[in-house]
Design a binder for this molecule. Structure first.
Ligand SMILES: Cc1cc2nc3c(=O)[nH]c(=O)nc-3n(C[C@H](O)[C@H](O)[C@H](O)COP(=O)(O)O)c2cc1C
Length: 214
């Protein structure tokens, strides 16, 4: 296959710091404001530029745009989301969830997937299926989306629905699924996000020695 170099897209003008520090999980997407093919191309081009082992580029992307397909996929996503909570916690519905469960936000997405203007499913070729060669591209894609004002959230599926999802979109057997990215303009706002301080997550020179900042 021919390789391409590509110039940076003129649309990606947001400072990288602003994009990184305000990109966050957006689970409520505006169903009435479309994401354009040109924007998706920019995001996928950004993903293609990410580091990957040996430049073997195993990542493959399936873009779902058709409303009916997204509706059908959204139903499978809903089933997958609850199958995961059932396996992990024995929950079958919101009534089973503790009031303060952080999964209450994520449960929103189970209902909202059907409204996403676009969904990208991320796979890789089985012979180079390392997730570590796929997720740098996913992060580039999420940052490019953020710079364009488009929201997303990295999410996964469940074995219970995988065969049906792959059959629905004609995904070949040698593709390994990694994650799912709904995309759309946010109903809500980007960042800021809360994270552990790096002074607590980082060791300096020897394990357990703090870095020179507080
Ligand atoms: C591997 C992975 C799996 C995730 N799975 C889900 C998911 O199934 N549903 C969901 O709503 N968010 C999911 N997320 C998004 C995380 O919940 C989100 O990145 C995290 O809570 C930080 O959110 P924030 O950036 O808005 O602060 C996942 C993120 C990663 C990296």
């Amino acid at each position: 296959m021919d390789m391409v170099r590509l110039d940076p897209p003129a649309e990606l003008t947001m400072p990288i710091g602003e994009a990184m520090f305000s990109q966050r999980a957006i689970r409520r997407l505006d169903p009435d404001r479309p994401v354009t093919d040109a924007q998706l191309e920019i995001m996928l081009n950004a993903a293609s530029k990410a580091p990957n082992g040996g430049n073997t580029q195993p990542a493959r992307y399936l873009v779902i745009r058709d409303r009916e397909d997204i509706q059908k996929f959204g139903k499978l996503y809903h089933e997958a989301w609850w199958a995961k909570r059932r396996d992990a916690y024995g929950w079958n519905s919101r009534a089973d969830m503790p009031e303060d469960s952080p999964y209450r936000h994520a449960a929103l997405l189970a209902d909202e997937m059907v409204n996403a203007p676009a969904v990208i499913l991320v796979y890789s070729q089985a012979h180079g299926a390392a997730a570590s060669s796929t997720f740098p591209g996913v992060q580039n894609l999420l940052l490019a989306a953020r710079a364009l004002g488009v929201g997303s959230v990295l999410t996964t599926l469940h074995a219970e629905v995988m065969e049906r999802v792959n059959a629905m979109f004609g995904v070949p057997d040698d593709m390994v699924f990694h994650c799912c990215l709904p995309l759309g303009y946010p109903r809500g706002n980007f960042g800021p996000t809360s994270r552990l301080p790096t002074s607590e997550t980082t060791s300096w020179g020897r394990w357990g020695t703090p870095p020179p900042w507080k």
